[in-house]
Design a protein around this ligand. Sequence first.
Ligand code: FE2
Length: 379
Amino acid sequence: MSHFIHNAPYYIAGSTPTALRKPRGKLLELSDLSHFLLGADTPQELMEDATQHIVEILGVDYCKIILLETNGHYYTRAAYYRNYIVVRNQANLPEGKAVEKLFNNVLDGNKLFTLNADEKGLTVEERLSLGLNSVSRVCILPMCVESNRIGVVVIGDGLGFSMDFQREDTRYLIDLITDQLSNAIHRSRINQQLENLSLETVLALSKTLETRDIHSGLHSKGIAELSEKVAMKLNCSPKEVREICWASLLHDIGKIGIEDSILRKPGPLDEMEWERMKTHPEIGAKIVSEISGLESLAPMVRSHHERIDGKGYPRGLKGDEIPLGGRILAVVDSYCAMTEGRVYREALKHEAAIQELINGKGTAYDPLVVDALIEVLSM
Ligand SMILES: [Fe+2]
């Protein structure tokens, strides 16, 4: 992005290339692309929208992103044909052998390669794969980040639009776009790997709690399913929904720090035992805050027994002082606890539990969260 801003006068004051008929417009489109690439939620979303942006910015007929996967084969992940169609992920269809060889050569040389529709020696499938059935020429661009081979971008023109790929300013624009895209895909893949690693940690911790206290483990899974739906109902972003779901799985993880004599006591707890039990949200928050990738869950884990009126524990937070995830957890946890029952008390019926939540609106519970849960349960 900073590279782009630094070079901005190049586009405004320099000669006007074919692809830059409206320099200021192109600047805005490039800026949009940069913002988009930084903000996309998933690699797939990033690539699908990037193909469309590239067609519009470069003024070509089509764009396709083909990634080199760890099995050594290339797969089309997204394609956009101007005013025609968006092709989504084609995970199970690797490219043909000759095309893969061509892509390997492009990545080895790390420079663009053009191919005309009258090129000899390509099969029908390979022509289709490159888009040469619908455009008169394609340009294959390498995507690398340092020594990491990401894949190629194929752009095609010659129907309604054409570019001079040999022009220095056009090449500069193409390099800038593929640079941004390669980095964004690389970053997105690393984030995905980190996310998978974090999920594995969450599941391992959740399993640990289940081993120690089977009831808490199973209870957490039920809460996670409901919390996820409530968070979606409250229009949380995909990232927030994921974090709330993970926090739900781990909300009682602090119980692994509570003695068996209290944790497994079959009857109600006495005052001292209860005070000890009330430390589990802080213990849980400390555990997750010390695990890389799970730090953001700590405030939700810590606040799942807080009340809107400030009479909860451990900190007596009020209203919006309690993070939304904590407010969702409080409502869903209470509903599940009431309807599941315990050794020392019977389970409430669904209607009675809902009535308890309604009675607690604005005192124990966030009214919006209660309404969202009722709606989710009625679906
Ligand atoms: Fe709890």
